[in-house]
Write a protein that binds this ligand. Structure first.
Ligand code: HEC
Length: 197
């Protein structure tokens, strides 16, 4: 191989590596139900496990993040992942609703109006992980341990994203799930549901 070709390959490799590191660094995910705080550290809402967050800045023990999704007209405290699916990303306090940034609006098949919504706040850095896969792995272990004892385990793709919250809720006590487990499993089942690509 000619030396300049080698240099080219190495350069492309380094640039690619740096770029992917930057991309990875820009998203993070709460491991479990996590407090969403204002700058002063007051809780102003909750983030659900596995929710994709844009990292704005890390300052030691706290990280500034943005959650982005959709809210339904008349129920602005809840930010959902997408229009018409009950995949909850964040539940905000009534008191901060006026600070939610609104984008475009859409009307779903039931004539409900949805608004693109994003909200910025702070979370504990230790509550975050930069791999959503790791969170789903943990959820999958929970699913394998707790959901196949009484009947054949019903895999995520058997039901829709809107069906899973009630199913997991109905099985919660039977499977001995804590509230955190319930949220983690619900988010995992929804992320892999039959109507989610
Ligand atoms: C202690 C026993 C037990 C455990 C553990 C259990 N289930 Fe069930 N599950 C049942 C019974 C009994 C039914 C029958 C319907 C009913 O009574 O609700 C059922 C029904 C279901 C159904 C409905 C099937 C259908 O065709 O409508 C789903 C889905 C389901 N379970 C999922 C789960 C998941 C997910 C978990 C783990 C979080 C779980 N189950 C853990 C006992 C259990």
């Amino acid at each position: 191989m000619k030396p300049h070709n080698l240099i080219k390959i190495v350069t492309v490799g380094i640039v690619g590596f740096l770029f992917s590191t930057i991309l990875n660094a820009s998203s993070s995910y709460p491991i479990k139900m996590t407090s969403f705080m204002d700058k002063a550290g007051n809780t102003i809402g909750t983030l659900t496990p596995g929710t994709k967050l844009d990292v704005i800045k890390v300052s030691g023990k706290k990280t500034k993040v943005r959650v982005h999704g959709w809210s339904a007209f008349g129920a602005e405290t809840v930010i959902f992942k997408q229009v018409g699916k009950r995949i909850i990303l964040s539940i905000l306090d009534e008191s901060v609703i006026s600070k939610v940034k609104k984008g475009q609006s859409k009307t779903d098949e039931f004539e409900s109006v949805w608004n693109e919504s994003s909200f910025t706040g702070w979370v504990k850095t230790s509550a975050l992980i930069n791999s959503q896969e790791k969170i789903w792995e943990k959820a999958d272990n929970l699913f394998k341990q707790r959901c196949g004892g009484c009947h054949q385990a019903h895999p995520p793709h058997e039901f829709t994203a809107n069906q899973w919250p009630n199913i997991v809720k109905a099985m919660k006590d039977r499977a001995g799930l804590s509230i955190d487990d319930q949220w983690l499993l619900t988010k995992y089942m929804q992320a892999h549901a039959k109507d989610i690509k």
